[in-house]
Design a protein around this ligand. Structure first.
Ligand code: TTP
Ligand code: MG
Length: 233
């Protein structure tokens, strides 16, 4: 499979002066990293995975652990850093023609900050500051997204997978939190209640790991025809 190029499958016109950018979204534990790892095999794809590793080590501070231990105290600090690190991925200059990213500043705002705001874990004043940064970034940086791949799971499956993979910080997250984050992904990507910057390709990510690679393989065609369908529509 080495040297295989995803652009060979493509029927879409790639942007001239920036990479074709695909962001992968879905609940915690929905399989975003597994999905991205599958695409590492293609020579023309630059995969930017696991920003969460930075959130667990910001100059030695584990912000993810702080967030879950005291959300009211740490959510602004945590979400500010999330916004910065994802912005760094959005703006990273790469040489390959396709950029595949885990998460975007849109899901950080529309799903996670929104959930914190609705449950009173972050105050309006902090959200306003985050939004000022967010709007500034949108106006002054190239945050173009060509396609959103939504790995749609039921909250129960995402919850079970998260327990199983055993990131220590996440063991205390209740099922209700997964339901909230799931519903916000649905509001955003299916019902378009918030700013949705690109067409959305929905994948059934409840499927078992044993068949998921086959699903990804089918999906590479869909990913790169979706855009052209939209252009010609
Ligand atoms: P995800 O960004 O969903 O990453 P993941 O690696 O858990 O996903 P997958 O299994 O699909 O690869 O979440 C990482 C952790 O960060 C999770 O505990 C939720 C938290 N988080 C926030 O609290 N706020 C945010 O804005 C984001 C993006 C994540
Ligand atoms: Mg991941």
């Amino acid at each position: 499979m080495a040297n295989e190029r995803l652009t060979n499958f493509s029927v879409t016109e790639f942007p001239k002066n920036r990479p074709y950018t695909v962001v992968v979204e879905g609940n915690i534990g929905s399989g975003k990293t597994t999905f991205l790892n599958y695409f590492q095999q293609f020579d023309d794809v630059n995969v930017l995975a696991e920003p969460v590793n930075k959130w667990r080590d910001c100059n030695g501070f584990n912000l993810l652990e702080k967030l879950y231990s005291d959300p009211k105290k740490w959510s602004f600090t945590f979400q500010s850093y999330v916004q910065l690190t994802i912005l760094q991925h959005h703006t990273l200059k790469i040489k390959r023609s396709i950029k595949l990213m885990e998460r975007s500043i849109y899901s950080a705002r529309n799903c996670f900050v929104e959930q914190l705001a609705r449950t009173g874990c972050i105050d309006d004043c902090s959200v306003s500051v985050m939004d000022q940064w967010f709007n500034w970034a949108k106006e002054n940086c190239d945050l173009c997204v060509d396609l959103i791949v939504y790995l749609r799971t039921t909250p129960e499956v995402a919850y079970e997978r998260t327990l199983k993979r055993n990131r220590p910080e996440e063991q205390c997250i209740p099922l209700d939190y997964f339901k909230d984050i799931h519903n916000l992904h649905e509001e955003w990507l299916c019902h378009k209640k918030f700013n949705c910057p690109a067409p959305v390709l929905i994948i059934d990510a409840d499927l078992d790991q044993s068949v998921i690679h086959e699903e990804y393989s089918k999906c590479k065609m869909q990913i790169f025809t979706k855009q052209s369908e939209k252009v010609t529509a």
